[in-house]
Design a protein around this ligand. Structure first.
Ligand SMILES: Cc1cc2nc3c(=O)[nH]c(=O)nc-3n(C[C@H](O)[C@H](O)[C@H](O)COP(=O)(O)OP(=O)(O)OC[C@H]3O[C@@H](n4cnc5c(N)ncnc54)[C@H](O)[C@@H]3O)c2cc1C
Length: 405
C-alpha cells in the first residue's frame, strides 16, 4: 500500500501551504468577522488561486479536476486555514458546464470563465425538500425554445454572488428531474442572504425563480447528450476518467457526489488538523500548577483522541478519492463513510481543542471558536450524517435494504 503523495502532489501541497500562510492567514480573522465575502473579494481571491492552478478556467480545470488528489489536497489545506474559503471555491463548480451551454449563455459567461472570474452555485435544496430530494417542488416547463423555471431554493452556497446557478427542477411534462444552467444575465433571478453559526464568510442564500426563462439547450441532460453524440464530452469537460467510469454504476450526479463527499471529509480533516496543531502548541506553552499543561495525562488523553480522529479522517478521505480515481463503485460507500465519520469527528476534535485552551478557547481572539463553529456546520450539507449512514447501510446490505426507497 502506498501511503505517501507523489512528488507532484507534495509540490502542489507545499506551494499551496506557502501561499496560504503568506496571503490568506493574515486576513482570515478580520474577513470572517465581517461576514459573507462580497463578490469583489471572492473574485480577488479567485485571481490569486488561479496563479496556483486552482480554478475553473480551462487551464486550471485540467489540474484541479483531472486529478482527484489535487482537489482533495486543496480541500484539506485551504480548510486548515479558512473553511469558508474552501466552500466559496468548491461550490462554484457548476461553472464548468458553461462550455456545453447555449450560445447565448456562452457569449456572456465564457469571457469570465476563461479568466477564472465566474462564480457558480448548485441549487438543489428547497424549503420543504432537503434530505428527501424526491419532494422538490421547483418545476421546468418547456415554452417554445425556452424552459420556464418556477420555485424557491434554500441554503445555497454562493447564491447571492453567483453568476450561474445549476438548478434542480422537475420537468412538468415528464415528471423527471433534470438540472438547468441558469445564467443571471440572460435569466435574472432574485436572492436573499441567510445567516449561520459557522462558515460565516461563505455567502449562503435563497434563490427565487419566478417564470425564469432559460434556453432549451441549457438542460444538463441535453448538454451532456449533445457533447456525447459529438464525441466532445471529455474535451469540453476535462473530468477525471475515474468519475466518468463511475457513470457505469451510478448517475453522473451520484458520481459527482462521491468526489464532493470525499472533499468534505478532507475539509473536515483540515479543520481538525488546525485545532490539533493549535492545541499541541498551547499544551506546551500554557502552565498550570507549576508545569506545562501538556504534562497532564488528561490533556494527553484529549490530544490522543484528536490525533486518532484526524489521522483516520485523512485516511478515509484519501482512500475515497483513490477509489474515485479508479472508477471503483466502492467509492460510493467509502465517500459517505469518510464524509460521515470525518464531519462528526471534527466536531469532537474542535470541542477538545477548546477544552485544552480553557477560557481562551471560547474567545474570538483565538481561532478555536471559529474552528468549532465551522466544524459544527460540517454534519449537515452534502447529505447529513444520518443520510451518509443510510447510504453506507444500503451499500453494505444491497439495494433491497435501502431505508428511504
Ligand atoms: C451551510 C450550508 C450550505 C449548504 N449548501 C448547499 C448548496 O450549495 N446547495 C444545495 O442544494 N444545498 C445546500 N445545503 C443544504 C443541505 O444539503 C441540506 O441542509 C441537507 O441536505 C439537509 O436538508 P434539510 O436541512 O432540509 O434537513 P432535513 O432533510 O429536513 O433533515 C432534518 C433531520 O432529519 C434527518 N433525516 C432526514 N431524513 C432522514 C431519514 N430517512 N432517516 C434518518 N434521519 C433523517 C436529517 O439527518 C436531519 O437530522 C447547505 C446547507 C447548509 C447548512
Amino acid at each position: 500500500m502506498q501511503f505517501d503523495f507523489s512528488q507532484e502532489h507534495r509540490l502542489f501541497r507545499d506551494s499551496l501551504r506557502e501561499f496560504l500562510a503568506k496571503e490568506i492567514e493574515p486576513i482570515v480573522d478580520e474577513k470572517e468577522k465581517k461576514g459573507p465575502l462580497t463578490k469583489e473579494e471572492v473574485l480577488d481571491l479567485y485571481a490569486k488561486f488561479r496563479k496556483l492552478g486552482i480554478g475553473y478556467d480551462p487551464e486550471s480545470l485540467s489540474v484541479y479536476f483531472e486529478d482527484p488528489f489535487y482537489y482533495g489536497i486543496a480541500s484539506e489545506e485551504i480548510s486548515r486555514v479558512w473553511a469558508s474559503l474552501n466552500v466559496v471555491l468548491g461550490m462554484s463548480f457548476p461553472v464548468v458546464f458553461v462550455n456545453l451551454a447555449s450560445e447565448q449563455t456562452k457569449e456572456v459567461m465564457m469571457p469570465k470563465l476563461e479568466k477564472n472570474q465566474l462564480i457558480g452555485c448548485l441549487a438543489a435544496t428547497e424549503p420543504e425538500a432537503g434530505s428527501d430530494t424526491t419532494t422538490m417542488k421547483t418545476t421546468a416547463e418547456l415554452d417554445g425554445d425556452e424552459w420556464v423555471l418556477n420555485g424557491t431554493k434554500t441554503w445555497i452556497s454562493n447564491a447571492t454572488i453567483a453568476d450561474i446557478a445549476l438548478v434542480v427542477a422537475t420537468n412538468k411534462e415528464t415528471g423527471m428531474q433534470d438540472m438547468f444552467l441558469v445564467d443571471r444575465v440572460n435569466s435574472p433571478f432574485e436572492t436573499s442572504e441567510l445567516h449561520k453559526i459557522g462558515w460565516r464568510a461563505s455567502p449562503t442564500g435563497e434563490i427565487y425563480l419566478k417564470n425564469c426563462r432559460v434556453p432549451k439547450e441549457n438542460a444538463l441532460s441535453h448538454m451532456i447528450q449533445k457533447a456525447l453524440s459529438k464525441g466532445e464530452l471529455t474535451e469540453a469537460l476535462p473530468i477525471h476518467s475515474g468519475i466518468t467510469k463511475l457513470y457505469a454504476y451510478m448517475s453522473p450526479l451520484s458520481a459527482v457526489f462521491c468526489m464532493m463527499r470525499s472533499g468534505m471529509a478532507l475539509m473536515a480533516t483540515g479543520i481538525s488538523q488546525a485545532a490539533l496543531d493549535a492545541s499541541i502548541a498551547y499544551a506546551k506553552q500554557r502552565k498550570a500548577f507549576g508545569k506545562p499543561i501538556g504534562k497532564f495525562q488528561l490533556i494527553q488523553d484529549m490530544l490522543y483522541k484528536m490525533v486518532a480522529i484526524t489521522e483516520s479522517s485523512r485516511l478515509l478521505g484519501y482512500k475515497a478519492l483513490y477509489l474515485v480515481s479508479k472508477g471503483d463503485p466502492q467509492a460510493r460507500l467509502m465517500s459517505s463513510l469518510a464524509k460521515g465519520y470525518a464531519c462528526e469527528g471534527c466536531v469532537k476534535v474542535t470541542y477538545y481543542g477548546i477544552q485544552i485552551h480553557g477560557g481562551l478557547g471560547l474567545s474570538d481572539e483565538y481561532p478555536l471558536e471559529r474552528y468549532f463553529r465551522d466544524a459544527r456546520v460540517m454534519t449537515i450539507p452534502d447529505g447529513t450524517t444520518e443520510i451518509q449512514k443510510l447510504i453506507v447501510g444500503r451499500e453494505l446490505l444491497g439495494k433491497g435494504f435501502s431505508a428511504y426507497s
